[in-house]
Design a protein around this ligand. Sequence first.
Ligand SMILES: Cc1ncc(COP(=O)(O)O)c(C=O)c1O
Length: 391
Amino acid sequence: MSDSTGDIAQAIVSVCRDFYQTDQPIELYRPSFDQSEVQALSDVLASGWVAMGGEPVSEFEKTLAAFVGVEHAVATIHATAALHLSLECLGVGHEDLVITQANTFIAPVNAIRYVGAKPHFIDVDTDTMGMSAQALATFIETECERRDDGLYHRATGQRVAACLPVHVLGLPCRIEEIQSLCGAASLPLIEDAAEALGSGFSSQQGTKLCGSFGDVGVVSFNANKLITTGSGGVLLTNDQALADRARHLSRVAKVPHAYEAKFDEVGYNYGMPTLNASVGLAQWQKLGEIQASKRTLAERYQSAMGSMRGVRFIQAVEHATSNDWIMAVVFDQTDQASEFIQSTHRLGVLTRPLWEPLHLSRAHQRSPRSALPNTEWLYGRVVQLPSWPML
Ligand SMILES: Cc1ncc(COP(=O)(O)O)c(C=O)c1O
């Protein structure tokens, strides 16, 4: 027995109206700016150095590396570029397979295709919504074989060149287990933490943040992320050689020289512009405030849903902390989830379903995959709620 969709919609709408103090439509996300970004931008404009490579870019990189707990950060024009560079720097190429999930924004899967590789979708967990460590173990054990030079997919003979899990909506996936499975199989791990800046796991040893578990981690700063640079991303790693190569490729592979323009390979124009980094540094000062505001909202949603039947506010699993990037509820019944979206839209609160799983999308439906029951189960039931901070 569940509460009526109307009652659940009304409870969510009340939380939103009370939190955002507006009778206007309430969208899923909205960035928060004030005079500090205006000042940062005008300082950069006055300096004349707006393109990639200015001092604010290095400062933004150092700030991020220190925060996430890795040695190197390479700032890029968007996280998709950082994912593309990660795959290229880890040697993923034509006809390779990359193990990933279908429950994600499309960017990581597109990046796999950019290097000529194929995504192989495995299932996710219903609680984290991210890659299932169990599904990964099963895939490696039952469908792959280890050879001297790496892991191969038995049926097709293709090399399995990397594993790319995603922390969905800021909820950490079971990355420690995935990391140890990848380690045992000598499988490079690219951690898509685009949505998970500040999310992580706590133990007696302290807290370890998402983006620091993989050979490479990637975070996004696009307009709907926790902090934004307008458009931006970062590649995080402890591997100095990988960071150097990623930086080089991101700056069109130009050989450093005072005045000559020579290029030593096919690079990309992927570096983060100084203008963007300056906005990122101004936003960085507000990270604590943003997180606190989002936590307050999460607690209100959670308490409003606590007494409802047939629906549950989604929280991080034990020992994990979410950055509350996009908060969401999961319904027992699919028809209730879609009625809820329609009801909240009628009331001016613009909730959304999850992304269409990529094995069903026209873009990636031909990709190989394992059984994906949890991915499909979640798609029909999860609804994203307005999640921007009030500063
Ligand atoms: C899971 C995930 N990966 C990658 C990206 C790509 O980020 P960007 O828009 O910075 O390229 C996003 C963007 O929202 C994302 O949600």
